[in-house]
Design a protein around this ligand. Sequence first.
Ligand SMILES: Nc1nc2c(ncn2[C@@H]2O[C@H](COP(=O)(O)OP(=O)(O)O)[C@@H](O)[C@H]2O)c(=O)[nH]1
Ligand SMILES: [Mg+2]
Length: 442
Amino acid sequence: MVRIGVTGLARAGKTALLTSIAGNLLELGKGAGRGAAVLPALRGRLGERAITVAYAPAGAAGLARFPAAGNLAALAADPPRWPDRTDGTSLLALDLRIERRLGRMKLPARRLRLELLDYPGEWLLDLPLLAQDFAGWSAAVLRRLEGRPEAAAFLAFVHALPAGAAADEALAAAGHQLYRACLVALRAAGLSFLQPGRFLMPPPGAPPPWIGFFPALGTGGLQRLLAARFDALRDAVRRELVDPSFGRVDRLVVLADILGGLHGGAAAFADMRAALAAASGAINRPAAWLAWLDRLVPGRLPDWVVPWRAGPRRVVWAATKADHVGRQQRGNLARLIGTMAPAGSAPCLHLALASVRCTEDVAHDLAGRPVSAVRGRLLGGERAALSYPGEVPDSPPDDGFWRHPFLALPEFAPARLPAGGRGGVPQIGLDELLCFLLDDVL
Ligand SMILES: Nc1nc2c(ncn2[C@@H]2O[C@H](COP(=O)(O)OP(=O)(O)O)[C@@H](O)[C@H]2O)c(=O)[nH]1
Ligand SMILES: [Mg+2]
């Protein structure tokens, strides 16, 4: 079994990616002639070996099933529609059967269960908490909030707290409400580095006992109460990482709408950059402190630390919705995410991805010079529109860039599926992504 976690900052395109993976793999499995144009690199990797792909029977994992068939029907509709928006976690499970041969002799087929877990992006930003203590985390958060209008009410509350305030449930609850409201407002303003992510996307079921805290810098009983709850949240995050239905992800795909961040302006982009840096730090250095513990008590560490100590075996950082820019710009986009989320020790791929490609590349004449633009149908219309949002920088841009802000990113509608669906879901980069993720098991 291969278990791939798919996560990303909000609205980054997780549903689109899982849907496109299902659509293209199912089409690839329909065999020669049909799926010839689908995922050519993966097809090449398989060589002469035939492959069949089917949805795996439900019920195995006790997780909601990803609605792949319904989503694919939306893309195949006339006119095509984007799949419905969903929150929460779900699992896409596919059974692959890959022919095996020894020379000319056929061996029993290889069976491979592929599980893709739609992991809330908000929770990704809770991983860095594992390496922080409450005081350090609070100081960092309060620094980030300083000067943001959305945080004014919460900051006023925190600054008015006496340093030695005693443990008081009403105070903790009031502060928590204000902090949560502040996170919601910041998310609405387009920011993504919002911690704890579980305040915005709580786990299913009754509110957990750790929920009532907020970042604060005191010395008294209240501070100790808040810190204890922060520690309880970290324990919950740790437990989840090894939950049999939820954790034990051995490959990870992290999606980020970098183009959206560029479009959002200097502050939104800086926030996205900080969020990616924190996430990649947590993924790449799963636990320097565990390596240290390891030396102290070799072979004695409890089971839960093992997968996390190892970290994911393969990591992909993908800049999504890359069909908003022309081919030349997509190279820069992949390099840009590479500088924002550097590789760790595990094999790592940075790429520009469009899970559901909505546009075609066209050369556009800009003041007598050809630039690489794209053309696609706008959402809610029949009209094809041309778009040239500007140059994508290949590293985080300096002040000069923000003086000529990145132009609008139109919302495109999905294109009609080529060859009545027999060409799979049009995409950019998906073939490369799957080859990389599955390279060692194919
Ligand atoms: N042009 C384009 N838009 C995309 C693509 N993937 C996602 N989107 C847009 O982003 C929206 C959110 O994507 P979704 O997959 O629902 O994001 P999620 O919240 O991470 O699951 C979609 O409704 C589309 O409008 C893509 O490959 N190309
Ligand atoms: Mg989704």
